[in-house]
Design a protein around this ligand. Structure first.
Ligand SMILES: Cc1cc2nc3c(=O)[nH]c(=O)nc-3n(C[C@H](O)[C@H](O)[C@H](O)COP(=O)(O)O)c2cc1C
Ligand SMILES: [Mn+2]
Length: 484
């Protein structure tokens, strides 16, 4: 059974000692961040702040900020289980006979039950406010000292493509300007920005409707973060991952649907002709992202549960919760990458690489230049296009073992020969790029070089003791008492 909603997940976490209630009054301005930051770095539990200063709404942080809790959220023992389910769908062959067809039915049923389902009523509309409401009633965090204000950090921002009508769900931070206005931090390559541009191209005089849902069952909350291909509904992906459809309810004042089990929903619009300075914001790179103009969200209605819980996440110097989100995405998307690029054995994005700065890829190399082909593939693969440095190693290097990667990659390169530079789109948060959103990327071919790649030498063998000697030493090892 999938988690019904955020509070269902919180109850289950509490029973497993994975949730800590904080009853002392704590300030959503900076203090919650400091506590959350220390907790995540200590491998601590999810936190429920019951008395945030200045608000009657409790706040949750660090919800999935460990691999253990992420597994709980996705209801698996290990993330590879999710990858396995995806692989088995991708591997589906045309059935040969009746037996094959029958065997396929459960998989098809699984896919069929992923589609979101519209329901008439939802807990997220227990209270509907179109007149008296204010964002300032909620314990929205100011995360870091130089932040431009308070920011909603874990929203599901829902829009429809003005041309196709297809839904998009994205997690984009929202700076609170006043009681009813926020920023909308749609980075230029993201789907929200694309919807905004499409609407604007038709006419600048107008509005685009937006709904923002906050707090739902954990998989649905993660949907906004998923780098689903444009046009693919993230709620469909969430339905597949949680093995139960996401239930959606129509908004009260805009033509959009939101997860019925949400805690809080903001309904409103962005004015196609309005931009406003957003930021600075202490970002997941560990540095502040600077002020820049972004669209503005006007809230016209708030719906919520009678006693809502506000869900927030903190980004900042790694490791933070977003590392665990990124790691889950890495595992979930690996089978999809491998479908197009079967040479890929494994990938790793170390926390210190803040996702877009570093990807280590191992490949089974089968032709000259294969490593460079893989780099180019990654630079053309959705949001992996932002990857600033790609290190490609051979299949026998364990990419999850960063010490092994350092050792073997550094031994394997002739720097001038093996480094590939390209120019292209870079992450909006990359403050080192020559231009906002545009700059260079580097690939390092750290695979063994072949004669066909103009390598004139003879690649040496890696040192390994032979098995017979290992076994004979194993037999006497304990008696030697060399271990402390
Ligand atoms: C905590 C958190 C905050 C994020 N904030 C933003 C943001 O402010 N702007 C943005 O464009 N992407 C942000 N992202 C990344 C997007 O959610 C992510 O790229 C997502 O896949 C975009 O979906 P889309 O392709 O549907 O636009 C954030 C991610 C996380 C985990
Ligand atoms: Mn999307």
């Amino acid at each position: 059974m999938a988690y019904r909603d955020l509070r269902d997940f919180l109850h289950k976490l509490e029973r497993q000692h994975e949730l800590k209630r904080i009853t002392a009054e704590v300030d959503p301005v900076l203090e919650i961040t400091e506590i959350t930051d220390r907790a995540v770095k200590a491998g601590g539990p999810a936190l429920l702040f019951e008395r945030p200063k200045g608000s009657r709404v409790p706040v949750v942080t660090n919800l999935v900020a460990s691999e253990r809790r992420m597994n709980r959220a996705l209801e698996v023992e290990a993330l590879d289980e999710v990858a396995g389910r995806i692989s088995s769908i991708l591997d589906m062959q045309s059935p040969q006979g009746l037996l094959d067809k029958v065997k396929m039915l459960p998989k098809l049923a699984e896919l069929g039950s992923s589609f979101p389902k519209t329901v008439k009523t939802g807990a997220c509309q227990e209270v509907v406010r179109t007149e008296e409401f204010s964002l300032l009633d909620y314990p929205i965090l100011k995360c870091w000292p130089l932040d431009g204000g308070r920011f909603i950090t874990w929203p599901m921002v829902i829009t429809k493509n003005p041309e196709t009508g297809k839904r998009n769900v994205g997690c984009y931070r929202m700076q609170v300007y006043d009681e009813r206005t926020t920023g909308m931090h749609w980075q230029t390559q993201k789907q929200g920005a694309e919807h905004f541009r499409t609407a604007r191209a038709k006419s600048r005089e107008g509005r685009m409707e937006v709904a923002v849902a906050i707090g739902s069952d954990p998989t649905t909350c993660l949907a906004g973060v998923l780098p689903a291909p444009p046009g693919m509904d993230e709620f469909l992906v969430a339905g597949f991952l949680r093995r139960e459809p996401v239930e959606l309810v129509a908004c009260k004042t805009v033509d959009l649907e939101v997860p019925a089990n949400s805690e809080i929903v903001l309904e409103g619009y962005v004015d196609l002709n309005e931009m406003r300075t957003e930021g600075p914001f202490g970002d997941h790179t560990g540095f502040y992202s600077l002020e820049a103009p972004y669209p503005v969200f006007h809230v016209t209605c708030i719906t919520q549960r009678k006693e809502p819980i506000y869900l927030a996440t903190i980004v900042g110097p790694p490791i933070q919760e977003d590392y665990f989100m990124g790691h889950a995405i890495e595992r979930i998307f690996l089978p999809i990458m491998r479908m197009q690029h079967p040479e890929i054995v494994d990938i790793a994005m170390p926390a210190e690489g803040v996702f877009h700065n570093l990807m280590i890829v191992s490949i089974r190399k089968s032709y000259p230049g294969h490593a460079r082909k893989t780099m180019n593939a990654i630079w053309s693969l959705g949001q992996a296009m932002f990857t600033k440095v790609i290190v490609v190693v051979d299949h026998d290097v364990d990419v999850q073992n960063f010490r092994e990667v350092l050792w073997k990659a550094l031994c394997a390169i002739d720097p001038e020969r093996d480094v590939q530079f390209v120019l292209g789109p870079v992450d909006t948060l990359d403050h080192a790029a020559r231009r906002q959103d545009f700059g260079s990327k580097m690939g390092i071919d750290a695979t063994r070089k072949w004669p066909e790649e103009s390598y004139a030498g003879r690649w040496p063998d890696e040192i390994k003791m032979d098995e017979a000697t290992k076994r004979s030493v194993e037999a006497i090892w304990k008696h030697l008492k060399l271990e402390r």
